[in-house]
Design a protein around this ligand. Structure first.
Ligand code: G3I
Length: 492
């Protein structure tokens, strides 16, 4: 297969300081607000802060490598066996079950408080020839159901979610199932039969359909899987989740990825990113992928397909979060930040909802400004010398239910807005009536200098002034987050 396709330390312990006066600078002490707990410093812990997990694929053979297992047990709270639960290992000949390698992984997970994804009971690859050569439907049905039942019974109570059926849809643009022994001998109904058998075997496990190249909403393959899940839900066929493998090229996820996740979730299933790796592992691509999941309530977790680049099935692409020596790569920081972790403080946690601030760009030393007297919808914002507490330079930060902030300009009563549908690098920002749109929601991550990076939820891009343009009147736009001082904003 292919993958084709604050001012410093912004008053963190912000108190129950009721009666704070808008725009004042306060030295705050006292009990931390719920939003102001310390930022989590590992992928698993940061994901857990929003009720999600962060997992990786693990081959049993690497558990004994201490560099490997140290990272595994520090960063990850969900494990998928990379190959050990596949048919060729589990049932190499009819009725002979070999659980040893997968048991090693499950035992490791139990000992380290990690959960397990089961991968996978029915897949046309890594399938022994004694199965793929069966031509009789009754025999194959019995063999498939016995395989599912025996494997799931063995791990009953130890698996969070099973990939019951893996990669059953074709890549040919038909939106139909691919040819496989299961499809060809049993017909389209084999998937339904597998899910019904799985539910009976372990009623407590979540049952997922897992596939690749179903991340772009308009693709025929995506639509084919969507229609199957819709039909299953309508007819009461047991299915709880859809896994999006997410083996991406260097550009990362398609622009519609979050839409795809939302649309599937709206059918009444959880969605999960199950095998993430991205050619060259750019920070932007990883950040965008993680944010797409964070922005969908029913996206319950993310699994990367390996730990170090050298562990990857596509190691030539350097597609993972750790280098060959086990060092964190920039994409690690971007992922951690997108999960709401990292930095020296709590991302967004130092900003008090309801408080009024001026936002000063670190590169320019000038503040976010709506030109004096211009208060209409569509007015473009700029930077200008801070002018005391002038209302056109004052912004109320109100936290939204997704953890992001809406920034309301005090003079105009309108909010900082990325014009609807305009998500490209260089898009200029305006003020507009608040409407609750993702284009008006900004995620705040605190940087090591105490400033914040503000990421627009719709575009996934950072609030910035164009590099080198620091004078009065310089425009304010969005761009891929790159850690530059022009993308760092002090809340004062
Ligand atoms: O263990 C044998 C070894 O003894 C033998 O000498 C060697 C010869 O090639 O093969 C070794 O087995 C390999 C196995 O990985 C373990 O390393 C297989 O050849 C190789 O085909 C197998 O590749 C796995 C692949 O699935 C099989 O299709 C990859 O590790 C695994 O990362 C990959 O994972 C899949 C997911 O399950 C489903 N989605 C796509 C994803 C990437 O292809």
């Amino acid at each position: 297969m292919s993958w084709l396709n604050e001012e410093p330390q912004l008053r963190k312990a912000l108190a129950a300081a009721t009666g704070l006066i808008a725009g004042t600078v306060l030295a705050l002490t006292g009990p931390a607000s719920p939003a102001a707990h310390a930022a989590s410093s590992t992928l698993g812990a940061a994901a857990a802060d929003s009720g999600r997990y962060f997992g990786t694929a693990v081959p049993a053979g690497k558990l004994g490598n201490s560099t490997y297992s140290t990272i595994l047990d520090r960063e990850f709270n969900m494990i998928t066996p990379e190959n050990e639960m596949k048919w060729d290992t589990i049932e190499p000949s009819r009725g002979n079950f070999n659980f040893g390698p997968a048991d090693q992984i499950v035992n490791h997970a139990i000992a380290h408080g990690q959960r397990m994804r089961g991968h996978t009971t029915v897949w046309y690859q890594q399938l022994p020839s004694w199965v793929s050569s069966i031509r009789d439907a009754n025999t194959l049905r019995s063999v498939m159901n016995n395989h599912i039942t025996t494997e799931m019974n063995h791990y009953k109570g130890k698996i969070y979610a099973w990939d019951v059926v893996n990669e059953a849809f074709a890549d040919n643009g038909s939106g139909q199932q691919r040819s496989s022994v299961f499809h060809d001998v049993l017909g389209n109904g084999f998937i339904e039969e597998a899910f019904r058998t799985a539910r009976a075997a372990d009623p407590a496990a979540k049952l997922c359909y897992n596939d690749y190249n179903i991340e772009n909403w308009t693709d025929a393959k995506t639509q084919g899987v969507y229609n199957m899940v819709k039909d299953f839900k309508a007819r009461g066929v047991p299915i709880d989740c859809v896994g999006f493998q997410s083996h991406f090229g260097a550009g990362g996820p398609p622009a519609s990825f979050q839409t795809t996740l939302s649309n599937f979730a709206a059918l009444g299933v959880d969605v999960q990113i199950t095998e993430l790796d991205i050619a060259q592992a750019s920070s932007t691509a990883y950040g965008n992928t993680v944010r797409a999941c964070m922005n969908v309530a029913r996206c319950t977790g993310i699994t990367v397909w390996g730990i170090r680049d050298s562990d990857s099935w596509r190691s030539g692409d350097n597609p993972l979060l750790f280098d060959n020596n086990g060092n964190k790569k920039p994409a690690y920081d971007a992922s951690l930040s997108a999960l709401g972790g990292g930095g020296t403080g709590n991302p967004g946690g130092g900003i008090v909802s309801g408080q009024v601030y001026s936002l000063s760009d670190v590169a320019a030393g000038r503040v976010l400004d709506v030109p004096g007297g211009q208060t209409a919808n569509g007015t473009t914002v700029q930077i200008w010398d801070a002018n005391g507490t002038a209302a056109n330079q004052q912004w109320r930060a109100s936290q939204n239910s997704d953890g992001s902030y809406t920034l309301t300009n005090i003079a105009s009563g309108r909010v900082l807005d990325e014009p609807g549908g305009q998500t490209g690098n260089g898009t200029r920002l305006t003020i507009w009536d608040a409407n609750g749109g993702a284009n008006q929601h900004w995620r705040a991550s605190q940087n090591s200098d105490g400033s914040y990076t503000l990421i627009n939820v719709a575009s996934g891009r950072a609030l910035e002034i164009p590099s080198g343009q620091t004078g009065n009147g310089a425009p304010v736009q969005i761009w891929d987050s790159n850690g530059g001082a022009n993308q760092h904003w002090n809340f004062k």
